[in-house]
Design a protein around this ligand. Structure first.
Ligand code: 5GP
Length: 210
């Protein structure tokens, strides 16, 4: 078990995860946001090493072979993955690490780190999702259609997550996510040392009472 909480945030493309994460890491100190690696082309304004590490397919596959990806998935024809080192270092340093990744990756993380927290962010409804995707103005109608079809598939996997976060009011959402991460510190799986100590002390008391 690591010192920091590992949180996965998934959600339909256009659910507003990026904005939420920026706000969360700005408002609270203890978060470290993992920067993923991808083979998709940068959107306008995206910078290498900030939004993503942009690489070609060959480089990505090499990283997989070297075991340097904590998880990875193919999404709408491109590879996306989480570089392992940064996440491990930050968790060891006690940071709460956030991975903003899709569902195949989320399920891999749950296998690897069973005490992680899985959050699913959604707009209040499907019509709002479509409106946000179109409003972003960065994708072609074909890409939007592909992402909506993908959202329909992803909606089938929501039950795998621990909590749903409805992204209606940004500030409220940020507060909710922060309190979910804080609460995750107090699951029995993350309090093994405390539980062990209490049990030992209680058994000493019980002996004294015999
Ligand atoms: P976009 O192209 O819109 O930036 O991202 C497309 C999808 O890939 C989003 O659902 C995003 O959460 C997901 N994604 C981004 N980085 C990773 C990653 O490292 N691993 C996985 N599995 N999914 C990722």
């Amino acid at each position: 078990m690591s010192k920091g909480v590992l949180t996965v945030i998934s959600g339909f493309s256009g659910a507003g995860k990026g904005t939420l994460m920026k706000r969360l890491t700005r408002e609270y100190d203890n978060y470290a946001l993992s920067v993923s690696m991808t083979t998709r082309a940068p959107r306008e304004g995206e910078r290498d090493g900030i939004e993503y590490f942009f690489v070609d397919t060959e480089t990505f596959q090499e990283r997989i072979r070297q075991g340097r990806m904590l998880e990875y998935a193919c999404y709408c024809g491109n590879y996306y993955g989480t570089p392992r080192d940064y996440v491990q270092q930050m968790l060891e340093a006690g940071k709460d690490v956030i991975l903003e990744i899709e569902i195949q990756g989320a399920l891999q993380i749950r296998e690897l780190v069973p005490d992680c927290l899985l959050l699913f962010v959604t707009p209040p409804g499907a019509a709002e999702l479509k409106r946000r995707l179109e409003g972003r103005g960065t994708e072609t109608p074909e890409v939007i259609a592909r992402r909506l079809a993908r959202a329909a598939e992803e909606s089938e996997g929501i039950e795998a997550y621990d909590y749903i976060v409805i992204n209606d009011d940004l500030e409220e959402c940020v507060r909710q996510i922060h309190s979910m991460v804080q609460n995750a510190r107090y699951t029995p799986a993350r309090q093994e040392t405390l539980i062990k100590e209490i049990r030992e002390e209680l058994s000493e008391f019980a002996k004294g009472a015999e």
